[in-house]
Design a protein around this ligand. Structure first.
Ligand code: ARG
Length: 598
């Protein structure tokens, strides 16, 4: 919101058009629902279009152009419309009056969230988008869920939903068993391994964070080649799950050390969890959950294991049963996720959660299918609880395979973030900024490069990380968006004290670039509502890129600071201020920030 006055709630232009068209269709004796406007896919011909006559033609057995002609005539002269005309074979092309648009943008700038309509039925949403495992550093594979989930959370909040972001760290399964096993090999005399020990355990952990990070991959590799070792670690997990004291104490050490490290790293990425849930948190819900599943006949024993059948008649692929307990009685990843659902349904207590969204690597989609079916069948959720899986694609290297270090290893996320910031530093070589400030700018711009590069791709698609392209100050990139914002900031700074926002749009001939920019700004609310409905941050990226192009087109076509006509000058300044404010909200939704210069 830019002005203090509280405007009447501005309806979206597209809504106003729908109303006009709907009534016109009705007035001509057709169903109202055909009167739907969309942003034109031929901007060279018109700004908005309606294809309803094409669809109505089938139902009413009439030529589409005949219907389009009638409807366009019924729309008639309107305050907001420049033109509304039927064109062959039956489209209705619409242009808005430029002065109306200018007025609209002014009104919109005084609205909360620029006229985005708060969700009619605000949902209570839990979003699970961390998933990092303790005892392992955050690596590039964790970036996509963290970045996408953060954006989805912010977009949903922007339209009024209540959202809790949960880190859901992996702290309970196989990795912990492996670490305990390997520690026992390396330091068998540690008191944690003495089953008869009853005293207090040391406060200091028997390893450092870097030792821990070395132990896990080593043990993981070793276990793949040695059956007895794997068996040992399986046993260790079971002992831990049954509460063996020494193992619990070790687990607590592992947790404390790596939580600290993970928090630092998520923080560095700008990912802000509301709660730092862990797989272990759900363990206390397991006994009752299992009892319930057995008593209600949902679960049965199959080859010694406790399972719930989740296949459905319409399945075209094989969906195996959901395993709840292994034959040795140990719980699994599945059991934890189900018990976490029990926990999450209560997170908004006394009210219940309406939706749980998971942002996890898309290779887990069959798994989540099983979990969702099982949760529904066993009534862990209400019939109308929405369970959503956003399966993210992989960030690949230039070779099209999952991104690796030059040596072929897993790249730590902090290393990637740092190297992108360094590339931005190189791009700003000729800038004469104080060193400290330059580093800060590079970090901000680098994060924008990385996040925008990620979010501008649909979440489910794989993409190739391209350092050169992502960090470029031109083209469809995060830095280009920021650069455009910085450009506006510097124009506004040149003007110094800003004139009050005009109350009404002035009457003057507006150029094509100005009209295009106004039209884009005016579309903001519509775009945000769609991005929220489809959980699609890439729509915000697309929009910001278009906005940036239009701001730059407008900037090059007009001498903004030097313009002597006061009406024009004031209005241009107000347009730039609104654009900047819209950009700010947009990048905030995507989870990055703009520097003051770059
Ligand atoms: N820790 C898991 C892994 O590394 C990801 C967790 C994703 N979230 C979930 N609720 N299962 O595969």
């Amino acid at each position: 919101m830019l002005q203090n006055q509280v405007g009447n709630s501005v309806k979206k232009i597209i809504t106003l058009l729908d109303e006009l068209l709907g009534s016109a269709f009705e007035a001509c004796g057709y169903e109202k629902r055909f009167g739907v406007a969309t942003v034109s896919n031929r901007p060279d011909l018109c700004q908005y279009q309606c294809n309803g006559a094409m669809a109505a033609a089938k139902q009413y057995h009439k030529a589409p152009i005949a219907i389009a002609n009638e409807v366009a005539a019924a729309v008639g002269e309107q305050e907001m419309l420049e033109t509304c005309e039927a064109v062959a074979p039956g489209f209705i092309n619409i242009n808005i009056k430029t002065e109306y648009l200018a007025d609209y943008v002014l009104r919109m700038s005084s609205e909360e969230h620029f006229g985005v309509e708060p969700a009619e039925n605000p949902r209570k949403v839990v979003i699970d988008y961390g998933g990092a495992n303790v005892a392992k550093p955050l690596h590039v594979g964790h970036m996509r869920p963290a970045v996408i989930g953060e954006a989805v959370k912010r977009i949903l909040r922007y339209v009024g939903h209540r959202v809790i972001g949960d880190a859901h760290l992996g702290d309970w399964g196989t990795p912990i068993g492996l670490i305990i096993t390997e520690l026992k090999v390396r330091q068998p005399d540690l008191v944690y391994f003495d089953p008869d020990y009853t005293g207090e355990y040391p406060k200091e952990p028997p390893f450092t964070v870097s030792e821990l990070e070395e132990i896990y991959p080593y043990a993981s590799k070793w276990s793949k080649e040695h059956d007895d070792y794997r068996e040992e670690s399986r046993k260790a997990i079971l002992d831990l799950q049954q509460g063996r004291r020494g193992y619990m104490a070790l687990w607590e050490h592992i947790m404390r050390i790596s939580m600290e490290d993970l928090k630092k790293n998520y923080d560095n990425l700008g990912t802000v969890f509301d709660i730092w849930g862990k797989e272990s948190d759900a363990q206390k819900y397991i006994p009752d959950m299992i009892k319930d599943m057995k008593e209600n006949g949902y679960a049965h024993i199959s080859e010694g294991a406790l399972v719930v059948d989740v296949k459905e008649e319409t399945d075209t692929k094989e969906v195996p049963p959901c395993m709840i307990l292994k034959s040795d009685g140990a719980t699994l990843y599945n059991t934890t996720d189900l018990a976490t659902i029990v926990e999450r349904m209560q997170l908004f207590a006394p009210e219940q959660t309406d939706q749980i969204i998971y942002v996890v690597d898309k290779r887990q989609d069959l798994y989540f299918d099983q979990i969702f079916r099982c949760a529904r069948k066993t009534k862990l959720v209400n019939p109308d609880t929405i369970l959503t899986f956003i399966g993210n694609g992989t960030m690949n290297g230039q070779d099209g395979k999952p991104f690796k270090t030059r040596e072929g290893g897993v790249m730590r996320l902090e290393v990637l973030i740092e190297s992108v910031a360094e590339e931005v530093m190189r791009k700003m070589e000729d800038r004469d900024f104080p060193k400290e400030e330059k580093r800060e700018i590079a970090h901000k711009v680098g994060l924008a490069a990385l996040k925008y590069g990620d979010l501008s791709n649909q979440a489910t698609k794989d993409y190739i990380f391209d350092m050169e392209r992502f960090t470029s100050f031109e083209g469809n990139t995060g830095p280009y968006i920021l650069y455009t914002m910085v450009r506006i900031k510097s124009i506004l700074a040149k003007i110094g004290e800003l004139p009050a926002m005009p109350e009404k749009a002035g009457t003057y001939e507006r150029g094509a670039e100005e009209t295009k920019l106004l039209l884009t700004i005016a579309r903001f609310a519509d775009m945000v509502e769609k991005a929220a409905a489809e959980l699609a941050p890439h729509k915000v990226c697309q929009y910001l890129f278009e906005l940036a192009d239009n701001v730059n087109g407008f900037y090059h076509a007009n001498k903004i600071v030097a313009e002597s006509d006061e009406t024009k000058n004031n209005e241009w300044i107000s347009i730039l201020r609104t654009a900047l404010a819209v950009f700010s909200d947009g990048i905030e939704m995507l989870g990055f920030e703009a520097p003051d210069r770059m």
